[in-house]
Design a binder for this molecule. Structure first.
Ligand SMILES: [Zn+2]
Length: 188
């Protein structure tokens, strides 16, 4: 167990929920980091990456923090939405549309998305689009404008501005840098 994990357990830090679980030898029970139960002795703790692993090692889920379900309901909900974005990034995505397909209000979606991922839905969509655009610029002969359209950014000046905002360089500079690195042959 790392000091970081120990600190998360002692401070009941919910941001580590879903990242690891801790089991206590003396009680045979395992918990989420955020569990409000009394902090156990450090030497009694075993760390697991998933609730399934803890159960396989014969630990029982805590009745208080209910770690058996693995992901928290919010995380489950948001992962459905990020998977949808990952598949549909080239389409016309809006917060209202995402809210509709995920059966929530745009306001609630925005808030929970940000809380769960650290990004707003729009920031996440932009990031995914630019990641795909980077691949297209390096692996295809598409023009800058076509590359933008292929990832759902139909307004070319906006595509270039956004690309530069997220990567620090323009799509043309990115393509040039990437191709010169490929031809260099020395790698890193
Ligand atoms: Zn617990």
């Amino acid at each position: 167990m790392t000091n970081e994990m120990w600190m998360a357990i002692v401070s009941n830090d919910a941001s580590y929920d879903g990242i690891f679980y801790y089991a206590v030898k003396s009680t045979g029970i395992f918990c989420r980091p955020s569990c409000k139960s009394r902090p156990p002795k450090r030497e009694n703790i075993t760390i697991f990456k998933s609730s399934d692993e803890a159960i396989a090692a014969n630990f029982r889920p805590c009745k208080r923090c209910k770690p058996k379900s693995g992901k928290l309901p919010d995380e489950e909900w948001i992962s459905v939405i990020t998977q949808y974005i990952d598949r549909s990034y080239m389409e016309n995505l809006s917060l209202a549309h995402l809210a509709q397909i995920s059966h929530g209000s745009p306001y609630h979606l925005h808030r929970i998305f940000k809380k769960t991922t650290g990004q707003t839905p729009v920031e996440y969509i932009q990031m995914i689009r630019i990641e795909h655009a980077k691949k297209l610029l390096v692996t295809s002969q598409l023009t800058i404008s076509e590359a933008g359209k292929n990832v759902g950014l139909h307004n070319t000046p906006y595509f270039i501005t956004l690309f530069k905002k997220l990567t620090g360089i323009t799509p043309a500079q990115y393509r040039q840098t990437a191709s010169s690195q490929h031809q260099g042959g020395y790698g890193l």
